[in-house]
Design a protein around this ligand. Structure first.
Ligand code: AMP
Length: 611
């Protein structure tokens, strides 16, 4: 393993990327490479094979896309960029395939003529075939569908120069080992291979040994630091609801000054603007702002002319202001070390500090990594409700009145009110109420109860996911993941479901993960739609929705597991209850866990080919 200690200090311009790629990421507002980018990009640009231990949320997509695009830009300039696919990315699910394809396209924005095509199971072949006929330089696909197109002759990978395995451990867990092997074996020996995986099980090491050429292995070291003075909390929140969530917390948490950390330059401006519009004294600082101006901003924060600084990591490096009572990780950092740096901005000079982290549903794993790296539990916090916000607004309002009464000379104003009351024969309470409205300039003092619904929804959906997701991370039995049932228990479908038979069973080495992976990917079913699985010697019974669409039937009629067509059919129920089957039950049907990804942890001990 190589560990590059200075990698964190590298700039994007130090990594050997092409000028157009550099200018694109500059425009996207990325300031510095994340650790996985700093450590892998130079090797990938130099043509080395790389094994990168990194999970989603660390910036790994750019880590493999930017070098491939740099090579493609050079080929394009030399007139060597052919019609056939140059880069193939394999991803475990169609959601990831789409996401990676979108990211790849945005990184290629300034490279004219480079096209990216996602191909995945569960979608009709027509548009994909058209796309392939038109030609694409980058294909991002799920292994099953890639194999399908290869065998149909619609995907020619003979000129592939870069092959990337994204979330490799996930692909194997989903039963794609054979497909991955086949694709690696049937693409040119000269290709560069980059393998990204969150974990390094034996099967991944085997792939690396078999198919990668003297790879550099990179893992991002998790520094462990604790900050005793700082309480750490997190909130689950959807991306779009973050501004409202931040404002609510700021309205209800007593704070002196705060830093709000975001990921890009443009986000610093956007968020600062939103906060200013809501009456907070906020300023953006980022790497684009000249040093002397940044220093002035920090001075303003120190002396209380502003209270909130919206910053990127670079801009806030080394910031030392005692007043900072809160650090908001508005965007979760790309690595745990940045988290530690960020929260180190509070709890200074012996004071206590508060660190609040916003976590979107996709970022749950990063939260766990942060807990591991800091060796501290980050407490979950609930978002303040409309009632909390209103109570705090009323408190502040009455405090302002009390303070004004105590400190201001009100003699002239009192005369003014008295003469109004006498002249108009209006009660003093009404006059006071009208003055409150004047002070608020037409804006209501209190939040409307209806506002509750939107934000609560944005947070609670994520909570539900977490609750269910967390149980998925435990062992198969208590996870409700497909835990073996007693031999001979009958396979009965729940309401709205039916039992289906597929023509692959234990003798073909099938595990539940293979079945879930294949069916979910090919038919586009979500994990919650796949119920119990009953693996028998020569066939298996699977609980699926009672009604499948025509497209789903069509997709499943072509689906293979371990090379065998699954021949899906409705189960007639004539198999007997005790034919030596092993029954697995997800529990997902009951919990209604709604993920578009096929059940990741379904097969706790996946069986792929041992070599
Ligand atoms: P990924 O792990 O590739 O899914 O990336 C996670 C998120 O970080 C995506 O929203 C990227 O756009 C963003 N991102 C990736 N690299 C950087 C960077 N160097 N600076 C800021 N944001 C980044």
């Amino acid at each position: 393993m190589t560990e590059t200690p200075q990698a964190n200090q590298l700039a994007f311009s130090d990594l050997g990327l092409s000028p157009k790629v550099l200018s694109t990421i500059e425009k996207m507002g990325y300031e510095t490479p994340s650790p996985i980018q700093a450590e892998t990009i130079p090797h990938l640009v130099a043509g080395r094979d790389v094994v990168g231990l990194a999970q989603t949320g660390t910036g790994k997509t750019a880590a493999f896309a930017l070098p491939a695009l740099t090579h493609m830009a050079a080929d394009h300039e030399a007139g060597d960029l052919g019609f056939l696919p140059n880069t193939l990315v394999l991803a475990p699910t169609r959601e990831l395939a789409i996401q990676v394809a979108e990211a790849f396209s945005s990184y290629a924005a300034q490279l004219s003529g480079i096209s990216v095509l996602p191909i995945y199971g569960g979608a009709p072949y027509g548009p994909q075939l058209q796309g392939l006929r038109r030609g694409a330089n980058v294909i991002v696909g799920t292994p099953g569908r890639v194999i399908d197109h290869m065998s149909k002759g619609s995907l020619d990978l003979s000129e592939v120069k870069h092959l990337i395995l994204d979330e490799a451990d996930e692909m194997l867990r989903m039963g794609f080992a054979e497909e991955v092997d086949k694709i690696l074996a049937q693409t040119p020996d000269t290709k560069q291979v980059a393998l990204f995986s969150a974990t390094m099980p034996k099967a991944i090491r085997r792939i690396s040994e078999d198919y990668l050429n003297d790879p550099i292995e990179v893992s991002v070291k998790n520094k462990t630091t604790t900050s005793a003075n700082t309480r750490q909390r997190y909130v689950f929140i959807k991306h779009h609801a973050k501004p409202e969530a931040l404002v609510r917390i700021l309205e209800t948490e007593p704070h002196e000054a705060a830093i709000v950390f975001v990921r890009t330059r443009s986000a610093t401006e956007e968020v600062a603007h939103k906060l200013t519009a809501r009456g907070f004294r906020a300023t953006a600082i980022n790497g684009d702002i000249p040093q002397n101006l940044r220093e002035k901003t920090v001075e303003s924060l120190k002396d209380g002319r502003i209270d909130l600084l919206v910053a990127t990591d670079v801009a806030a490096r080394g910031l030392d202001v005692d007043r900072i009572s809160h650090v908001f990780n508005y965007d979760i950092p790309l690595d745990t070390e940045s988290y530690v740096h960020r929260i180190g901005r509070t709890g200074r000079a012996g004071r206590s500090g508060e660190a609040i982290l916003f976590v979107t549903p996709r970022e749950r794993r990063m939260l766990r990594s942060i807990e591991k790296a800091t060796r501290q539990t980050v407490e979950q916090m609930n978002l303040p409700t409309v009632a909390d916000v209103n109570a705090s607004r009323l408190d502040r309002f009455s405090e302002r009145i009390t303070q004004t009464l105590a400190t201001e000379d009100l003699e002239d104003y009192r005369d003014l009110v008295t003469s109004y009351v006498n002249e108009h024969n209006t009660p003093a309470e009404d006059v006071a109420a009208a003055l409150v409205a004047v002070v608020h300039d037409g804006r209501p003092l209190l939040l409307d109860e209806k506002a509750e619904d939107d934000l609560a929804r944005a947070a609670s959906q994520s909570f539900e996911r977490e609750d269910r997701g967390a149980s998925r991370d435990r062992g198969p039995r208590d996870a409700g993941a497909r835990a073996p049932r007693q031999k001979g228990s009958p396979s009965v479908a729940g309401p709205g479901n039916a039992m289906y038979k597929i023509a692959v069973g234990r003798q073909a080495g099938v595990a539940p993960g293979h079945i879930v992976g294949a069916i979910a990917n090919e038919a586009g079913l979500s994990a919650r739609e796949i119920g119990s699985i009953d693996i028998r010697p020569t066939h298996s019974l699977v609980e699926l929705p009672e009604t499948l669409t025509k497209d789903q039937w069509a997709a499943l009629s072509k689906t293979r597991i371990g090379g065998e067509l699954i021949r899906l059919e409705r189960d007639s129920g004539s198999h007997g209850a005790s034919s030596g089957g092993k029954r697995f039950d997800t529990g997902k049907k009951r919990s209604g866990f709604d993920t578009d990804r096929p059940a990741k942890k379904a097969a706790k001990k996946p069986r792929w080919r041992d070599r």
